[in-house]
Design a protein around this ligand. Structure first.
Ligand code: PLP
Length: 377
């Protein structure tokens, strides 16, 4: 039978199976630094909240419990100084489903537009969401610092745009972007700017925004109108397995999306919402997690540096973004598997503009990082 419809492409990380087999030949097995999945424990009080909410029986509110929406609004205030009404906050089942679902829902709302703009070196789900919605996925070039170059967006693409995605600190490059400028660009054209901020807690270039000369660590610092900030508990609080995040910002967008999502049956399980409330109320575990990532980044950076690779400290996030010798990322991926038993991601997973780099996620426990250093001798 011939197929004419959509055929899903191979899932990027499935393409690493042969690399994983090579890495696994090392004593102690493969050390997987390819997927950005947290490995450290969430705080015990968060696990306790997950187990003791008593919210298993009934359906949870799709938009999020009052407790979760309030906790998110308070966290935005304490962490970023942003004042936002709880009515402008809504829950999502982890942020990947929201990222992928948004183009479809935005297109239903405005069928005269068909284009999703996103950084050319980025998390692949921005493009996949466009594709699954039957939209045009139009990458926006990034500059030499991996920051989105808004001046490169063609007028016609802007006229057709349903949204612009920005991601700061960025996966995979770690770049910290000017979110205030992105908000202004969108407002001037009536295009919603969707700001994926799941690495916002992990910034390394001095927490002082001024030092980078870049205003804004959440787009909400530029005000909520015409923008959405998208936040996840997955990275901040090591809760990727619990599936909870939230989006916040423009009142009409939050209202529209929360209604569509309610009709779609998208609900964060009650116990997961309770866990998120506990997690958002605590900053100490984030401080400890920051130090773990910072130390792993520094240790692996010096190891790769000693191998002659250029592995700069990222401005944010928990990935090293390493230029491959000769621009051959697959060759470097295979070399690291053979020499060190580690699995990393070749840059092409993050778009055709990324083929000369590899991404290394520092998401293995410290004893495994130690083992990599021992293997390097
Ligand atoms: C940039 C970015 N956005 C969103 C996500 C999705 O995270 P989650 O669905 O766990 O909230 C990830 C996960 O790796 C990511 O790197």
């Amino acid at each position: 039978m011939s197929r004419h419809g959509f055929v899903p492409p191979p899932y990027p990380y499935d393409r690493l199976i042969p690399v994983r087999e090579v890495a696994a030949r090392h004593e102690g097995g493969a050390i997987d630094l390819s997927i950005g999945t947290p490995c450290d424990d969430p705080p015990p009080a968060v696990v306790e909240a997950l187990c003791s909410s008593g919210s298993e029986r009934g359906y949870p509110p799709s938009i999020g419990t009052a407790a979760l929406r309030g906790a998110a609004a308070r966290w935005l205030h304490t962490r970023f100084g942003v004042e936002l009404a709880e009515s402008r906050v809504a829950a999502c089942v982890g942020t990947k489903e929201l990222v992928v679902g948004l183009p479809h829902w935005l297109r239903l709302r405005d069928p005269s537009r068909d284009t999703v703009l996103y950084p050319s070196v980025s998390y692949p789900s921005y493009a996949m969401g466009a594709e699954l919605a039957g939209c045009r996925a139009v990458p926006v070039p990034v500059d030499e610092h991996w920051r989105i170059d808004l001046s490169a967006i063609a007028d016609d693409d802007a006229r057709r745009a349903l949204c612009l995605w920005v991601n700061s600190p960025a996966n995979p490059t770690g770049a910290v972007d000017d979110l205030v400028a992105a908000a202004a660009w969108g407002r001037a054209r009536g295009i919603p700017v969707l700001s994926d901020e799941c690495y916002a807690e992990f910034t390394w270039s001095g927490d002082a925004v001024g030092e980078l000369g870049l205003p804004g660590r959440t787009i909400l610092e530029a005000g909520p109108d015409g923008v959405l900030a998208v936040h996840s508990l997955s990275k901040r609080s090591n809760l990727a397995g619990v599936r909870v995040g939230f989006y916040a910002g423009d009142a009409a967008l939050v209202e529209y999306l929360s209604e569509v999502r309610k009709h779609s049956g998208l609900m964060v399980p009650g116990p997961a919402q309770a866990a998120a409330v506990a997690a958002l109320g605590d900053q100490d575990h984030v401080v400890a997690q920051r130090e773990r990532y910072r130390s792993r980044l520094e240790r692996l950076r010096s190891l790769f540096g000693a191998m002659g690779l250029d592995a700069p400290m990222p401005e944010g996030g928990f990935y090293l973004w390493i230029a491959a010798p000769g621009g051959d990322a697959w060759a470097l991926t295979e070399r690291l598997a053979a020499e060190l038993g580690v699995v990393v991601s070749p840059g092409e997973f993050y778009g055709p503009a990324s083929t000369g780099h590899v991404r290394v996620a520092v998401v293995q426990p410290d004893d495994r990082i130690e083992l990599i250093i021992r293997r390097a001798g």
